[in-house]
Design a protein around this ligand. Structure first.
Ligand code: AHR
Length: 492
């Protein structure tokens, strides 16, 4: 039996809504086809952005969107993506399939997308192959209100008012595709570049330094030591890859052993956050600097027959559980983690939406993020629990995960059962809350761990009402189906 106490009167911090952020890169069919189809497309669109995807993303409540990369960011020259589309310069997207990028989706289109889906923009600038002047002029173009060369160029391109831009990243993976730098070199460059990322008028900037690759704690240490006072956030990238880098494993063809390996690898995020936070605490004990996990998610082999450089993968109940595990970890670390961005939004890696021509489907990962969006900006509640253990590839994992939050007097409890074939009984005590509660619930479960949505059967995996949770005298009892995710709403 699994048991937990949810402390309704004990907040461990606020769950920044940006923990539910996304990432969209010029990679494969994420931007082109997935988000952007162009104004002349037969696919219904608003200013070139497909309406079905806008609607899905609005319903998801995407708080923040990172763009244009990823590795693409350090090759991107923003001036190529402004002005009349037919005359925009083309470039080779060397990282992602060597395809020709026509730059039809640029700064103006990105801000329009953010506006349409209700997300805050987070732009990543080019350090690897760009210049300080280029980065500085981009900021002037986007946010300066007065009479200046860049602001006037923006006006000439049809945008009178400056945009509001808070989140700006100074380079991406500068230890790898963003320039193969050593941390000392990047720390110097970061200080240098960020000096000219100017704050104009009442636009308030939150500057994010390029952070570590997974468990490279030394990178975090050097960046915090040399540049802490110049940053608001420091990033971290970590993907859940069940196999080896050269053969990551199939997204849909896996067995229970592969499932457990994946769960164990997903749980590693907890160790990563604990250890990076511990390093950051040495330089920033008051936790001013946010840890920004601006790339996370599953990474499998591409779907057979698709371009290996496009990173297109299907999404099953295994991805749903990986998403839930990560979100629970982010909630627990909400004192330090101020934003995360799942990679990537559409048609790439752990996508929430897949498209094919004019067809669209919502993935199991979409459903988890949608069920969990009730936790955005809520107070994370302290939880003490004792859970059954499963042996996942030689490591003991809790079979059940519980996270809870409170906002406007309503408590939401989300739970998962990561066992692929056994249900889990759980008893939850709600402590520190007076009176009686009405409980309603929503469940994501399927008849197989490999279950996923297809364009022929787009609603095979979908959210259902969950009536099995009983609440009596502050005690909740429920049975979680195998490989499932639940969110309960407790209201007085
Ligand atoms: O998300 C795909 C790629 O993964 C990004 O471009 C890069 O930053 C990371 O290595």
């Amino acid at each position: 039996m699994n048991k937990a106490v949810v402390h309704a009167d004990w907040s461990i911090g606020t769950i920044n809504k940006n923990i539910y952020g996304h990432f969209a890169e010029h990679l494969g069919r994420c931007i082109y086809e997935g988000l952007w189809v162009g104004e002349d497309s037969e696919i219904p669109n608003t200013d070139g952005i497909r309406n079905d995807v806008i609607e899905a993303l609005r319903n998801l409540k995407v708080p923040v969107l990172r763009w244009p990369g990823g590795c693409f960011a350090d090759e991107y020259h923003w001036k190529d993506g402004i002005g009349p589309r037919e005359t925009r310069k083309r470039m080779v997207n060397t990282h992602w399939g060597g395809v020709v990028e026509n730059n039809h989706f640029g700064t103006h289109e990105f801000f329009r997308l953010c506006e349409l889906i209700g997300a805050e923009p987070y732009i990543c600038g080019n350090v690897g192959s760009g210049s300080i002047q280029e980065m500085s002029e981009w900021m002037e173009y986007m946010t300066f209100d007065g009479d200046s060369p860049m602001a006037n160029l923006r006006r000439q391109n049809g945008r009178e008012e400056p945009w509001k831009l808070k989140y700006f990243g100074v380079g991406n993976e500068n230890w790898g595709c963003g320039g193969e730098m050593l941390p000392e070199h990047y720390a110097d460059l970061y200080r240098n570049f960020q000096t000219y990322v100017r704050q104009y008028g009442d636009n308030k900037l939150y500057k994010i330094a390029g952070g570590a690759n997974s468990s490279d704690y030394r990178w975090t240490d050097v960046l915090m030591n040399k540049a802490e006072r110049f940053m608001s956030g420091l990033s971290l990238h970590h993907y859940t890859v069940p196999g080896e880098w050269a053969d990551k494993g199939s997204a849909t063809e896996f067995d229970e052993n592969d499932w457990f390996v994946t769960m164990k690898k997903a749980e590693f995020m907890d160790e990563l956050l604990t250890r990076h936070s511990t390093v950051m605490d040495r330089y920033d004990p008051n936790k001013r600097v946010g840890l920004i996990v601006d790339e996370w998610g599953t990474w499998f082999n591409v779907e057979p027959g698709t371009n290996p450089g496009f990173l297109y993968q299907q999404n099953t109940m295994r991805d749903a559980l990986v998403a839930a595990i990560n979100l629970h970890i982010f909630h627990r670390h909400c004192d330090r983690v101020q934003m995360t961005n799942i990679a990537q939004m559409v048609n790439v890696l752990q996508a929430v939406v897949l498209t094919e021509g004019d067809k669209i489907l919502l993935t199991p990962t979409y459903h988890v993020l949608e069920m969990y969006n009730v936790h955005q900006d809520a107070e994370a509640l302290a939880i003490h629990g004792q859970f059954g253990k499963v042996n996942a590839d030689g490591k003991e994992l809790d079979q059940v995960g519980v996270t809870a939050s409170k906002k406007d007097g309503v408590i939401h409890v989300s739970l998962y059962n990561l066992h692929p074939s056994e249900q889990s009984e759980i008893s939850l005590e709600l402590r520190g809350a007076e009176g009686s509660f009405n409980c309603t619930g929503r469940l994501l479960a399927a008849d197989a761990i490999q279950a996923h949505n297809t364009f022929e059967e787009p609603s095979k995996v979908s959210v259902k009402a969950f009536y099995e949770a009983k609440i009596e005298n502050g005690k909740l009892s429920l049975n979680l189906p195998a490989a499932s995710v639940v969110t309960l709403r407790l209201e007085q």
